[in-house]
Design a protein. Structure first.
Length: 236
């Protein structure tokens, strides 16, 4: 399980859900901070520097998507969304805003613990293994030491999951990755992530790089999956 140093911020306006998750995650060896609304969540992130935020989408006043927008303006803390079954559009939007994963209500506390552990494990493994050399693919440059992505000399802000996805594709430019192969590469075999999640991350990356003039970052191969694009087009 996760070591005691992992601090998890649980954000939900339902105190019962916070209590259930606090117990389950605390039993798994994690330190817990709670917030009952979006404003308190932002204050808690600033005060406690959590390793991961479990964030409910549907909250009054400032919802989870608004909280995510504000966090992503200057913070790459991993975010696991909680959403109801009829919120597929919000779930996809949450991933496009920079969320790392989501769990649908009603959920099993054990599933939330597993998802949190998987996200933390990815980040820990990336930090512990011997750093990879920077990858350059035409105008795209990825630095696994600083976890920075550049198009020419322009830094493009990406989340941990987005960066790992780019590393996976750019590390094998000749290969077309199926969605299942991408899921296995990011999370490990047997991890339950939908195709829509991968599609959302791809769409988010394309949007971010388009803002700096990159028009051919990732190619779609119909009926198969994705591969890194030529990374040559756009303003010089």
């Amino acid at each position: 399980m996760a070591p005691m140093s992992h601090r998890i911020l649980i954000v939900d306006d339902d105190p019962h859900i916070r209590q259930v998750l606090s117990y389950a995650l605390g039993k798994a060896g994690m330190q817990i901070v709670e917030a009952g609304d979006g404003e308190s969540a932002l204050a808690a992130v600033a005060a406690h520097r959590p390793d991961l935020v479990v964030l409910d989408i549907n909250m009054p006043r400032m919802n989870g998507l608004d909280v995510c927008r504000k966090l992503r303006a200057g913070d790459d803390v991993p975010i696991l969304f909680l959403s109801s079954r009829d919120d597929e559009i919000d779930r996809v939007l949450g991933l496009e805003l920079g969320g790392d994963d989501y769990v649908v209500k009603p959920f099993s506390p054990r599933e939330v613990v597993a998802r949190v552990g998987a996200i933390l494990k990815r980040g820990r493994a990336a930090g512990e293994k011997e750093p990879q050399r920077p990858i350059s693919h035409s105008r795209l440059r990825l630095d696994p030491v600083s976890w920075e992505a550049h198009w020419d000399d322009v830094a493009v802000p990406v989340t941990v999951t987005e960066f790992q996805l780019l590393l996976l594709l750019a590390g094998r430019p000749e290969r077309v990755f199926t969605r299942d192969a991408i899921i296995d590469g990011l999370h490990g075999p047997g991890f339950a992530v939908t195709d829509r999640t991968i599609d959302s991350h791809i769409r988010n990356l394309r949007h971010k790089f388009a803002s700096v003039g990159a028009a051919d970052l990732i190619e779609t191969r119909a009926g198969i999956g994705y591969r890194i694009g030529p990374c040559q087009s756009g303003p010089a």
